[in-house]
Ligand binder design. Structure first.
Ligand code: TZP
Ligand code: MG
Length: 218
């Protein structure tokens, strides 16, 4: 099995902060899975580990039913404990090599890169894909550096042999632009979560990432 064939070209990042009811998170995850989203990443910034684990187990079960790939943001340990398919680490998380050690050789391991040097180092340390961004302006995450744009994205794509997932301010039109720049896929929060009709937005992004990828390869 080639790992990247299961990575998915559209990653929906489900956000949950501690202290809130997790039911709406599970509800939108179910709806985006029904809409055909191939990969879900769970991002729990303010949760206790127990809540993070419990939600990850529930999301893992839904993804398994749907045949989708499930990635845990930030935490390789929670990924293993919940039966996820992988983890995604950033600069404040465990180093890539340590996360790879915890996950084992077969799991997806994404690492955030803002530039070519970070991307190359991440792959050398064991990342199986690179999350590149922010590609475009976004208000979903604070404290981000300036957007790298399609050109920054393309330079990262050229520098590594693993799939590159573009993140930050991606909507359907920008998904197509990111794929044309060589990205394997895109990761989104607000394009789905903040849409008036999340399932419809998810379907549109699914169509755009599949069509856009075919176009980029042609
Ligand atoms: N990392 C870089 S940009 C970003 C994260 C988590 C937020 C992406 O959210 P959106 O709403 O798709 O811009
Ligand atoms: Mg993270």
């Amino acid at each position: 099995v080639q790992l990247h064939l299961q990575l998915g070209r559209l990653h929906y990042i489900a956000n949950h902060s501690g202290g809130q009811d997790a039911a709406p998170v599970l509800d939108i995850v179910s709806r985006v899975l029904d809409a055909g989203v191939p990969t879900v990443q769970l991002r729990c910034k303010g949760c206790s580990d127990r809540d993070r684990y419990g939600l990850a187990v529930a999301v893992a079960a839904r993804c398994r039913e749907a045949g989708a790939t499930f990635i845990v943001d930030d935490r390789a340990d929670i990924a293993v404990a919940s039966g996820a398919d992988g983890a995604h680490v950033g600069e404040d998380d465990l180093p890539v090599a340590e996360a790879r050690h915890i996950l084992g050789p077969a799991a997806h391991l994404g690492a955030t890169a803002r530039n070519v040097a970070q991307a190359v180092a991440a792959v050398q340390a064991g990342a199986s894909y690179v999350g590149a961004g922010p590609c475009y302006p976004t208000s979903t995450k604070e404290g981000l550096p300036a957007p790298i744009g399609p050109n920054g994205l393309a330079s990262i794509v050229r520098a590594v042999a693993v799939p590159v997932i573009a993140i930050g301010g991606i909507d359907a039109a920008r998904a197509r632009e990111a794929l044309a720049a060589g990205a394997y896929g895109v990761a989104v929060v607000s394009a789905i979560a903040a849409a008036a009709a999340p399932a419809a937005a998810a379907r549109r992004l699914v169509a755009e990432t599949v069509a856009g990828a075919a176009w980029a390869r042609a």
